[in-house]
Design a protein around this ligand. Sequence first.
Ligand code: NAG
Ligand code: NAG
Ligand code: NAG
Ligand code: NAG
Length: 235
Amino acid sequence: MMKHLTAVFASLLVVAGLATTAAGVRFEATNNASTTPGGQRFDEEYGVGYAVQVMSEASFFVWKIFNQTAPEDRRAAMDDRVKLVVNFINTNILAFERDSESSITLNAGYVNNITGDVRTLVTGLLYHEVTHVWQWGQQDTNQTHSWIYEGVADFVRLRAGYAAPYWLQPGQGDSWDTGYDVTAWFLDYCDQLRPGFVAVLNQRLKDGYSDDDFLQIMGKSVQELWRDYKAKYGG
Ligand SMILES: *[C@@H]1O[C@H](CO)[C@@H](O)[C@H](O)[C@H]1NC(C)=O
Ligand SMILES: *[C@@H]1O[C@H](CO)[C@@H](O)[C@H](O)[C@H]1NC(C)=O
Ligand SMILES: *[C@@H]1O[C@H](CO)[C@@H](O)[C@H](O)[C@H]1NC(C)=O
Ligand SMILES: *[C@@H]1O[C@H](CO)[C@@H](O)[C@H](O)[C@H]1NC(C)=O
């Protein structure tokens, strides 16, 4: 009897994925690529159950970094849900977040290509994408500003201890507005000089990004801060 119930339950999970609710938010994960090698690897080495747990933990971590202890300080997720779907997409994109749905797509093709530890790398990606769900400023359609949003997302990934092995090292990179790892290490430098910098920056990003944000929060222009940062690492 138990065996039978387990079997029925397991087959339902395959179709419906898994969900958990925390802090009034429903976290859902579905593997829509279970028949592909990367999707199979996701099921074996990660799993939808672990994914919902990580998305929930990542959300609490983001709220802490953003100093959003009260729910009313936070950006709302669409329908109070954060969704993950694993799909095979025939591109070199690892994962992306669709803001209008608070949904994250993880590319099964990337999971299949991973040579290191699937758990660490996928968790790092989920921290990055979950940050996009909660960060302010997604109405800032000025494409030249995407670097700051990607930088903040990688900053959260970094602070959570999931800097990827393929990232550049601290102090490397040509400009603060490169985005991703380069910007994340720079934000980390600023946040060490002024703890809580990224929380205040995120708050200001509600109105979209401006270079003036750095000056207002740090008391120095972004150009000057970048020069100091590069000097710290030998130029
Ligand atoms: C699941 O994958 C199929 C194709 O493989 C696609 O058409 C469908 O949109 C996917 N579903 C979701 C929720 O992404
Ligand atoms: C996975 O590797 C293949 C073969 O090198 C490549 O064509 C594909 O773009 C890679 N996919 C991703 C998501 O990196
Ligand atoms: C986009 O941002 C850049 C840099 O902050 C600025 O120079 C440009 O005028 C902005 N474009 C629009 C359409 O707001
Ligand atoms: C966090 O936010 C509270 C107000 O909600 C504020 O008093 C406090 O200074 C903030 N902390 C940091 C580190 O910015």
